[in-house]
Design a protein around this ligand. Structure first.
Ligand code: CDT
Length: 308
C-alpha cells in the first residue's frame, strides 16, 4: 500500500474585483481543512488566483499582464507557501505565468511538502479563439492571451509516486493521458474552469458539460490505469456560470469522491498508488499490447483528412 491522501480544493467563484490576497486567504482556509483531514497533497484549480480572465476581451497588453504572475512564489502567494510548509502538505495550483523573457503561459506547479516547487506544467491544448468573436454569447480568449505550453507532459517522482499534471481542456484529449501513461504516471492532477453553457450552442448546459467532463476523466484514468484528481473553479463569476464537478477518479475509472457544491469545498480521498499496478500489468500493459506501427498518423497529422 502506498497511500497518498489528496485534498481536491475546489474554489467557488472569484469575481473580477476580488484581489489575490483574498483568494490566497480562501486557499489557506482550505489548506487548514486539508491539514486536519491528514492530506499529503492539496490540489487547487486552473488560474486559481484570479477570475477566469480569458472570458474578457482586452487589447491593451498592460491590462492583460495585470492578470499574470512574474514570480512564483510572490508577495501574494508567499503566505500559502509558508502555511503549506508548516503543515507539511504539498500543493498544486494553476496561475497565469509571465516569464522574464516575455512569454505568457497557463501554468500549474507541484511542490513537495516543504513548499519547494518540484514540477511545472504549461497548458498544451489552449481552447477558444484569439480575436473578439461576436457570434459567441461570451468570449473564450485563451488563444489570445497564452502561448501553447513548451514543456510537454512531464511526470515527476514525487510524494512516493509518479505524478503528472495537465490543465482543463487538456483533459479532453486522450494524448494527454497516454503521454503521461507511457512514463508510468500514477496520479494526474488538474484544475479546470469550464463554463456551464456552451457559448456556441446555448442548448448545451451544465448537465451535458458535466457528462463530457466525467467521460474524459474516467476514460483517461481507466485506459492508463492512473488516479485522476480534477479540481473546479465553480459557481457564477461576474454573471458567468462555471460547472463544479471536482472529483477523484480511481485507476478503474470509478469516481470515488465528488464535490457537492459550487463553493469553496475540500474533497478528500486516500488514494493507494499501488492500485495502479494491476491495470498496468494486465489489460493496459503497454509494452505487451500497444501496436505503435499503426499509430503514426497521431503524430504525423494534426487535422482530419477524409478519403476522397
Ligand atoms: N479553461 C478551459 O480550458 N476551459 C475549456 C472550455 C472549452 S470551451 C471554449 C474546457 O475544456 O473546459
Amino acid at each position: 500500500m502506498r497511500q497518498l491522501v489528496v485534498g481536491a480544493a475546489q474554489l467557488g467563484p472569484i469575481q473580477k474585483a476580488d484581489n489575490r490576497a483574498d483568494v490566497v486567504g480562501r486557499m489557506i482556509r482550505l489548506l487548514d481543512d486539508a491539514e486536519r483531514a491528514g492530506c499529503d497533497l492539496v490540489v487547487y484549480p486552473e488560474l486559481a488566483l484570479t477570475t477566469f480572465f480569458p472570458r474578457w476581451y482586452m487589447d491593451d497588453q498592460v491590462d492583460v499582464d495585470g492578470w499574470f504572475e512574474t514570480d512564483m512564489p510572490n508577495d501574494a502567494t508567499a503566505p500559502l507557501f509558508t502555511r503549506a510548509r508548516e503543515a507539511g502538505v504539498a500543493l498544486s495550483f494553476g496561475y497565469a505565468e509571465l516569464t522574464p523573457d516575455g512569454h505568457h503561459f497557463n501554468t500549474s506547479i507541484l511542490t513537495d511538502k516543504t513548499g519547494t516547487i518540484v514540477g511545472k506544467y504549461r497548458k498544451v491544448h489552449l481552447p477558444g479563439h484569439d480575436q473578439f468573436d461576436p457570434d459567441r454569447t461570451f468570449q473564450h480568449l485563451e488563444k489570445r492571451y497564452f502561448e501553447p505550453g513548451d514543456l510537454g507532459f512531464p511526470v515527476w517522482n514525487a510524494l512516493g509516486g509518479v505524478i503528472g499534471m495537465c490543465i482543463c481542456n487538456d483533459r479532453r484529449w486522450p494524448e494527454t493521458y497516454r503521454v503521461m501513461g507511457l512514463q508510468g504516471v500514477e496520479m494526474i492532477v488538474l484544475g479546470f474552469n469550464t463554463p456551464a453553457v456552451n457559448s456556441q450552442k446555448s442548448e448545451e448546459g451544465a448537465e451535458k458539460r458535466l457528462f463530457h467532463h466525467r467521460l474524459c476523466l474516467q476514460s483517461g484514468a481507466y485506459q492508463n490505469s492512473t488516479w485522476v484528481v480534477a479540481v473546479a473553479k465553480a459557481g457564477i463569476e461576474d454573471g458567468h456560470p462555471l460547472i463544479g464537478g471536482t472529483m477523484i477518479v480511481n485507476p478503474n475509472g470509478e469516481i470515488v469522491a465528488e464535490s457537492q457544491s459550487l463553493e469553496d469545498e475540500l474533497v478528500v480521498h486516500s488514494c493507494d498508488l499501488d492500485d495502479t499496478q494491476f491495470g498496468k500489468r494486465t489489460i493496459f500493459d503497454f509494452a505487451r499490447h500497444r501496436r505503435i506501427e499503426h499509430y503514426g498518423l497521431i503524430t504525423r497529422q494534426t487535422g482530419v483528412k477524409a478519403p476522397n
